[in-house]
Design a protein around this ligand. Structure first.
Ligand SMILES: Cc1cc2nc3c(=O)[nH]c(=O)nc-3n(C[C@H](O)[C@H](O)[C@H](O)COP(=O)(O)OP(=O)(O)OC[C@H]3O[C@@H](n4cnc5c(N)ncnc54)[C@H](O)[C@@H]3O)c2cc1C
Length: 388
């Protein structure tokens, strides 16, 4: 990070996050990847380091940072372990709808324990048959006096098995399409809330991604976000605009972490009587990768700054940074495996995990095809409005 471009708090966050990533996360990354279990010791270390609520305003116990602060921390964590990076970032994804659409009472109730790291929160939008087309969801919430009766299931719920709160989107007014979707905070232990299948994943294996089943789950009406029905889908889309730079930061961290490892490995690896890093063909790969990573990082930080500045239209730049950074991460991590030769293909070395972890960044929070659609739609709208 170039010191002149960031606040002292951001520089400090970056240093603290890197130290935690190097001393706590990196040493156990392979173990939790192999076991596919949630790293509670890492969660506790994040909590003890006071980094849990970076993006949460100070009045709710957070550090009062913006999306840029969040991205700085997520990049550093992901440089050591992509799974631990997203395990942290998903708390922002789950809590953004509360910040965006919650009442004051709801913010005071749910945000402080998340900021303190005492509770985790997940985000339940996707379903088996409703991924890219999230508005076609089937999970239904029917008002019955002072509760909503929730029935249906969510798929791909990251951290769902370890989170105390889950921001769930459900249809409350079926005749209104996307305008009939509402957000509800469902709490672990509510009768009728059940964690189902755990996915056996290619990467980010230390975070549980699960199905969540609702069987006549009675959720108090006071848990309806904002206290008004029909605003959920809008809140979910604004949330994704704010959260996508976090995925992009995860991707930048993975790419940077892979490049660091490849440079170190090729420096030590001798072929033809010299270190592999001394070959010009390899050095040009380093130069290209470092340039692509820096370009991605700067686009991520521009998007984050645009959001933090309160700009009205953040959708395009948010999608652009997610698209670019995640494609860079996939290319860079694949090239870094290449630079390890045959050893790169085996689990004795940490590099193949970076490639496995990188793949999901092109898929979740909207696939990169969907990001292209979003960008193109915004470009055409802008062109129409300026008459060009
Ligand atoms: C590990 C993991 C964690 C996840 N975590 C969460 C989470 O915490 N919360 C949550 O709500 N969701 C989560 N998701 C869901 C994720 O956001 C979806 O998987 C993603 O949006 C794609 O939906 P889908 O899998 O149903 O694919 P589909 O929508 O079925 O898409 C299949 C393919 O078709 C392409 N496609 C679809 N529509 C178009 C189009 N109009 N034009 C061009 N191509 C198109 C897609 O890009 C993709 O390549 C997670 C997913 C995974 C795998």
């Amino acid at each position: 990070m170039i010191e002149e471009l960031y606040t002292p708090q951001q520089m400090d966050l970056g240093r603290r996050a890197r130290e935690l990533a190097e001393t706590v996360m990196r040493p156990v990354a392979a173990k939790y990847d192999a076991e596919q279990t949630y790293p509670w010791e890492v969660q506790r270390a994040i909590q003890e380091a006071g980094l849990s609520g970076v993006w949460i305003p100070e009045e709710y116990g957070g550090l009062g940072g913006g999306v840029l602060d969040l991205c700085i921390v997520v990049e550093e964590f992901s440089r050591a372990c992509g799974g631990m990076g997203v395990g942290f970032a998903v708390n922002a994804l789950g809590s953004f709808p509360i910040l965006i659409g919650g009442t004051e009472e709801q913010k005071e109730r749910w945000l402080p324990p998340i900021a303190a790291g005492d509770k985790l929160i997940a985000f339940g939008l996707s379903e088996k048959e409703a991924g890219s087309d999230a508005a076609s969801m089937k999970t239904r919430a029917v008002r019955d006096g002072d509760v909503f009766v929730l029935n249906g299931e969510k798929k791909w719920n990251t951290n769902g098995a370890v989170a105390s709160f889950n921001t769930v989107f459900a249809v409350t007014q079926p005749d209104r399409g996307a305008r009939g979707i509402s957000g509800l905070v469902v709490e672990e232990g509510m009768p009728g809330y059940r964690v189902g299948k755990h996915e056996d994943k290619l990467g980010i294996r230390c975070v549980p991604v699960v199905e969540i089943h609702f069987e006549d789950c009675r959720v108090p009406a006071e848990n309806l976000l904002g206290g008004v029905e029909g605003r959920g889908f809008k809140h979910a889309m604004i949330t994704l605009d704010r959260a996508r730079p976090g995925v992009a930061a995860q991707a930048v961290g993975l790419a940077q972490g892979a490049l660091d490892l490849a440079m170190e490995y090729t420096h030590g690896r001798q072929q033809f009587g010299q270190s592999v890093s001394s070959f010009q063909g390899v050095q040009w790969m380093f130069a290209d990768m470092a340039t692509q990573i820096e370009a991605a990082r700067q686009l991520v930080h521009t998007a984050a700054r645009t959001i933090d500045a309160g700009a009205k239209n953040i959708t395009k730049v948010s999608a652009m940074c997610k698209l670019m950074a995640t494609d860079v991460a996939m290319k860079v991590t694949t090239d870094c495996v290449q630079l390890f030769g045959g050893y790169g293909y085996c689990k004795d070395y940490p590099i193949e995990k970076f490639m496995r972890d990188a793949k999901i960044t092109q898929i979740y929070e909207g696939t990169n095809q969907i990001q292209r659609l979003v960008i193109a739609r915004n470009l055409l709208r802008e062109a129409a409005s300026t008459g060009s």
